[in-house]
Design a protein around this ligand. Structure first.
Ligand code: SF4
Length: 594
């Protein structure tokens, strides 16, 4: 087993004088199925294609894009596992100093707007070779979208990059269909109808069967049109019934075909069986932190039915859960624990949301026509079934594998579902929490969680009581670490005071507070930009400015001495001075807040 080639010398060792497809990625090359580019490259290799990977090329030097020669079919470009602007900047738009996807955790190995820059370099290196873009950056920017860093609406990244095709979503089905049609002689520029892809069309007169979105020019000048376009695209994401969407940009238009169909269990199993080395490319001298984090993890399923407003996963992987078979997962775990670096530890048994393994829509006809963006919001759909017995059986099987010393579930957990999974819940508490269980209520004010599309406070409190009681029952000292967001659209200082008080009441303490970032393409970003909920047209308060964000964060860190001044300022501003004693302790009662 060896890595795919990263230069012509390595290609020639495989007897390849030319490659069919060359991937260009903003991440280090880690041959592990948790990373999109290596996974897709291995899949194409398994279909007999000659594939190479150019990882983190020097974009200032076009020769870096010639290192594997000229690809016979196309370049496949991805910014990497994250949008490059999210990877580069903090929510306060300050430059980050680190990059977990780069050897040595160093910042600066990829450019801002990597998809656009890499595409232009590929075109400069080989003018007539088509470029297909994909990955989270391309997917979430496929329509005209608000860009937080430019603070304006940008046109589709397909036009900005001048790429020849955009693949959105996970990409396997799209790449398999595309390569097969190219192999049988079709020209990439004449292929316009592959599910899960977008292409540019010049003729707007014949868009039969397509739904026309407000144009790029319209959404740039009207927030009402932006909000309406967002709602339409969100409602058309069902792969079984979604329509072709067309968004005019000047004289041309972006045609977005319906999403790719979910992968079958058999297909998923075959992908995870591919011969990944699970290691970073041997040329790296330094550790890649992202590898350290995921090397011992196993993905049990794809998709997330939650549809949280700020999250890209439902947009990228879809709401239908695609689960691997038990035998496929068990065999991968068996392979992991044989590795010398694993030490018998499985660091995660999960997916986008760990406890959705095996979940199904029990009414396939309704599901195929369903326009709900979440199966769990505003309440858990009566057709949604979590299969507790299947998930429990899988966990038991994993624990019984020879060589497994410990197996942790560190992916996120949907605690509203957990209440319907007594067996999984018990096993989780008993065997799979590494001392601290991270859960993400994100907020505990119901008016905010409603906008976030998260379960409300009462569900969280019930879950917390059950977790503590079960932990006591099995004699384990373990705690819940809540993940919370400050500054989400709809969240006022008053809401944050309520949240802080609720945390106190529940005996929970947070060490870090996430600041809301308006990432491309999310529902929360639409609310941030437009100031309305696109599904109700209700006005939404948008916390803007460093001061409000600082004060919102401070309220959750009232136990930190250096934050006390900000906490007092926040309480005064919210007119909640009466809460000083409860938040800061009785001693503060005698000290009048300034
Ligand atoms: S019918 Fe219910 S379970 Fe099925 S897809 Fe729609 S929301 Fe999800």
């Amino acid at each position: 087993m060896s890595h795919l080639p990263i230069n012509l010398h390595e290609a020639s060792k495989r007897g390849w004088s030319e490659l069919d497809i060359i991937f260009v990625t903003g991440d280090a090359y880690i041959d592990h199925p948790a990373f999109g580019v290596p996974l897709l490259a291995r899949l194409l290799e398994s279909r007999g294609l000659r594939v190479g990977i150019i990882s983190q090329p020097d974009w200032r030097n076009v020769d870096s894009f010639r290192i594997l020669g000229r690809p016979r079919l196309f370049f496949a470009v991805s910014a990497g596992a994250m949008d490059s602007m999210v990877a580069h900047y903090t929510p306060a738009r300050k430059l980050r100093r680190d990059d977990a996807y780069t050897p040595g955790n160093r910042h600066g190995a990829r450019p801002n707007r990597s998809t656009i820059v890499y595409t232009s370099c590929c075109k400069a290196a080989f003018k007539d070779v088509p470029v297909v873009i994909g990955g989270i950056e391309a997917s979430l920017r496929r329509f005209a979208h608000y860009d937080y860093w430019d603070n304006k609406v940008r046109r589709s990244i397909l036009l900005d990059s001048k790429a020849d095709m955009l693949i959105y979503g996970m990409g396997e089905a799209q790449l398999l269909e595309l390569t097969s049609r190219l192999q049988s002689g079709e020209n990439l520029h004449s292929i316009k109808d592959v599910r899960g892809t977008c292409v540019v069309v010049d003729d707007l007169s014949d868009l039969t069967g397509a739904l026309r979105l407000p144009s790029c020019e319209d959404v740039c000048t009207s927030k009402a049109k932006y909000s309406s376009a967002f709602k339409t695209t969100a409602l058309e994401q069902n792969p079984y019934s979604g329509l072709i969407l067309v968004q005019p940009h000047g004289e041309r238009a972006v045609r977005c075909n319906p999403p790719a169909l979910p992968l079958t269990t058999k297909m998923l199993d075959s992908i995870y069986l591919l011969p990944f080395t699970r290691l970073p490319h041997p040329s790296y001298q330094e550790i890649v932190p992202a590898w350290e984090q995921i090397k011992g993890s196993v993905t049990t399923h794809r998709g997330c039915s939650g549809g949280c407003a700020f999250c890209a996963i439902t947009h990228h992987q879809g709401k239908f859960i695609q689960s691997r078979s038990e035998s496929s997962i068990v065999s991968e775990v068996g392979r992991i624990v044989q590795q010398s670096w694993a030490h018998g530890v499985i660091s995660d048994i999960g997916g986008p949301t760990a406890n959705m393994y095996g979940a199904v829509c029990t009414a396939p006809d309704k599901g195929a026509a369903c326009k709900r963006t979440s199966c769990l919001y505003p309440e858990i759909c009566r057709n949604y079934r979590v299969q507790d017995d299947i998930a429990v059986k899988l966990l038991r099987k994993i624990r019984s594998i020879n060589g497994v010393r410990s197996s942790v579930i560190s992916s996120g957990i949907r605690y509203d579902l957990l209440l319907k999974q007594p067996g999984y819940f018990k096993d989780l508490v008993r065997y799979h929490v590494g001392g601290l269980l991270k859960v993400a209520p994100e907020h505990l004010s119901d008016s905010v969680t409603r906008l976030m599309r998260k379960p409300g406070s009462s569900v969280f409190v019930k879950f917390l009581e059950m977790f503590r009681s079960e932990s006591r029952l099995v004699g384990k000292r373990q705690a819940v670490v809540p993940y919370l967001i400050a500054g989400h659209p709809g969240c006022t200082l008053d809401n944050m005071v309520d949240l802080a008080l609720k945390l106190k009441e529940l005996g929970l303490r947070v060490e870090q507070v996430q600041e809301f970032t308006p990432t491309p393409g999310s529902l929360s970003t639409c609310m941030y930009y437009c100031g309305v909920d696109p599904f109700t047209d209700d006005a939404v308060h948008v916390p803007i400015g460093e001061r409000e964000m600082r004060l919102q964060k401070a309220l959750l860190l009232s136990h930190v001495a250096s934050e006390r001044k900000n906490v007092l300022a926040a309480l005064r501003l919210a007119g909640r001075e009466v809460s000083v004693a409860r938040l800061l302790g009785h001693t503060q009662l005698t000290r009048k807040p300034r």
